[in-house]
Design a protein around this ligand. Structure first.
Ligand code: FMN
Length: 164
C-alpha cells in the first residue's frame, strides 16, 4: 500500500480480540516466553493468533494512571510474536483520555520490539459518546483514526519483511 493512499477500516482484515472473551489466566507458563516452550493450550492459541497478524491496534483505558493489568498480562504471555510489529493506540478514559496508560505501555511495547505508530486516537470522557449502547465518535476521532490506519498500513508494509 502506497503512502499516498488513504486506508479505511474496511481495507483491513481484522481479528478483533476481546480480552474478556480470550480469558487468559494470570500468566501461568513456567518458561520465559522468549524460549517459546509453551505448555498450555491457551498460550499456543494466543501465540498463533498474534503470529498471524501484521499489525496491532491496542484499544485501552488507564487504571490508576497506568496500563490495564489484563492487557499487560496478555502482552507478557508472548515475545517473538510481537517483535517488529507496528502498534497503534486508541485510548479512552476521563479527562486524560487514557493517555497515561499509553505512556506506561510505551516501555512495555518497546521492550517487546514493537514499533509505535505516531498517530493515536485519544478519547476523553468516553462514556459521554455512548448513545443507545453504541459508541458514537466525533469527527475528530474519525479523522485521527484514518491517519492512524494510514500510518499502521505503511509501517506494516515496511516491517513485515523484517519480522522473524
Ligand atoms: C481501578 C480503576 C482505576 C481507574 N483509574 C483511572 C485513571 O487513573 N484515569 C482515568 O481516566 N480513568 C480511570 N478509571 C476509569 C476507567 O478508565 C474507565 O472505567 C474505563 O471505562 C474502564 O475501561 P474498561 O471498562 O474497558 O475496563 C479507572 C477505573 C478503575 C476500575
Amino acid at each position: 500500500m502506497g503512502a499516498s493512499q488513504r486506508t479505511r477500516p474496511g481495507d483491513f482484515e481484522v481479528d478483533f480480540v476481546d480480552l474478556v472473551e480470550l480469558g487468559l489466566p494470570f500468566m501461568d507458563e513456567p518458561n520465559h516466553p522468549r524460549l517459546r516452550a509453551y505448555t498450555k493450550q491457551h498460550t499456543l492459541d494466543w501465540s498463533a493468533r498474534v503470529d498471524a497478524v501484521d499489525a496491532i491496534v491496542l484499544v485501552t483505558p488507564e487504571y490508576n494512571h497506568s496500563f490495564s493489568p489484563a492487557l499487560k498480562n496478555a502482552l507478557d504471555y508472548l515475545a517473538a510474536e510481537w517483535w517488529r510489529k507496528p502498534v497503534a493506540f486508541v485510548s479512552y478514559g476521563g479527562v486524560s483520555a487514557g493517555t497515561r496508560g499509553v505512556t506506561a505501555l510505551e516501555t512495555v511495547v518497546s521492550c517487546l520490539g514493537m514499533v509505535r505508530v505516531g498517530a493515536a486516537v485519544e478519547i476523553p470522557f468516553a462514556s459521554r459518546l455512548i448513545v443507545d449502547e453504541a459508541f458514537s465518535p466525533s469527527d475528530k476521532e474519525v479523522a485521527v483514526l484514518g491517519k492512524l490506519l494510514d500510518e499502521t498500513a505503511l509501517l506494516a508494509t515496511t516491517l513485515t519483511p523484517l519480522q522473524g
